[in-house]
Design a protein around this ligand. Sequence first.
Ligand code: NOJ
Length: 532
Amino acid sequence: MLNKLQWWQDGVVYQIYPRSFMDGNGDGIGDLAGIRQRLDYLAWLGVDAIWISPIYPSPMADFGYDVSDYVDIHPLFGTLADFDALLGEAHARGMRVILDFVPNHTSDQHAWFTESRASRDNARHDWYIWRDPAPDGGPPNNWLSAFGGSGWEYDAVRGQYYYHAFLKEQPDLNWRNPAVQDAMLDAMRFWLDRGVDGFRIDVIWHLIKDEDFRENPDNPEYHAQMGEHRRLLSTYNTDRPEVHDVIARMRELLDEYDDRMMVGEIYLPVERLVTYYGTGGRGVHLPFNFQLIGMAWDPALIRTAIDQYEAALPPHGWPNWVLGNHDNHRIASRIGPEQTRLAALLLLTLRGTPTLYYGDELGMCDVPISPDQVQDPLEKNMPGLGLGRDPARSPMQWDDGIGAGFSHATPWLPLGADYPRVNAEALARDPYSLLHLYRKLIHLRDEWSALAVGSYRGFSAGPRLLGYLREREGQRLLVLLNFDAAQQVVDLGGMLSGKILLSTTLKRDGEPVASTLLLDGYEGVIVCADCT
Ligand code: NOJ
């Protein structure tokens, strides 16, 4: 049973990729001043928290996920004063701010790494993962980088290799070293003292590596299209048991403050994922649940995934759901525009905290990127496999004016060609738009606590349909989603008579429901049982 609900349990989180959200200073790249200008939009939409992808000083080898100073703001994005102003204005609107924290690796331009690589006996010599070459002079073991090639880079000065799970410009920190832990906790404290409400922790399951550096086994499911980096399983370079001890230290720090939270980025199967809730209040508040991103868009599979997730959650584990983020193809491109309304309904009515990716509320699609426009290092290293992340990072489409209202300058990534039609201003004018559906769903969650925090129970509605009941304190809501292009009749078996609270078409509100219900192709509804 839940006691007092925390904001990160009944709220909705909205991810901002800052380079692409709003350009406030006219250089074609989004920034903090831009986000401030758009806070009223976010308040209108009704989101409770924003998570901002990294805004720290960085050489931008991986667009901010290569941090060269954890306690400052990149001049591209603004200053600490701009950050404080944004935080204050968000808080004034009742909106929380979650920062992206990147503890697994720094930039190779971080002063710590400069010092560490200078000799084998400097004060920070063991702040990173240094190993002697193998007897043949090659890398110490077979670990691969997630961005292609070996995970090891030779450094001639030290005559050793350092490990990098991502780019060679992103050396992994040695989290087994308590001094590293202390330094990173100090950085978190810096932002907590400034008033941030939480952290999204980048690749948290990577923090600790095998003490013995054992070789990773072959991936039996590997095929070339997956990319060379998936040739091996990440058995020994991720998800090591000791990672939970360092997470416990982060949690202890957060618990020194009121109402703070952390959400961990973790791509693991559900039974491993849920271990990150920790025991005895020592884990992350939310381990990101990416199942809907990775799986086929099929109601039977989704039903099984929900059931397995619900069954795997520990008693204190609060669920969460995600449809998209800056590392994956956009939901509208994955499932097709005709099903984005179903996706919105699913995300905002499943039990648990939803995280929206900027622009998904408009139905923004992946934007085609020609080879000469590629920015993403992942695409540069492994071209042509469809791994590139630029398509999902295109500028937010605000209006049909110059630069889609994002910037007057040439944007750092191309705009979606559909922006004259698919933009926030146009969709806000159309009461039946996808944007209004998102807004209405977010507001319904405030009105009907069963939707935000009620219990979940599957409802067998028939093939190509997904159904479930959300119940709380006398509220009984039935959610039905038709994954088929054709109309379907749902037999409610006399189990309820009520009315439609919301249809994804936004055109059936208040319609009475008796023993059967006709759903249009790709239509979803929330039925209030017992409402007259
Ligand atoms: C996960 C982030 O989401 C991704 O964008 C980044 O490239 C890697 N971590 C490396 O930091």
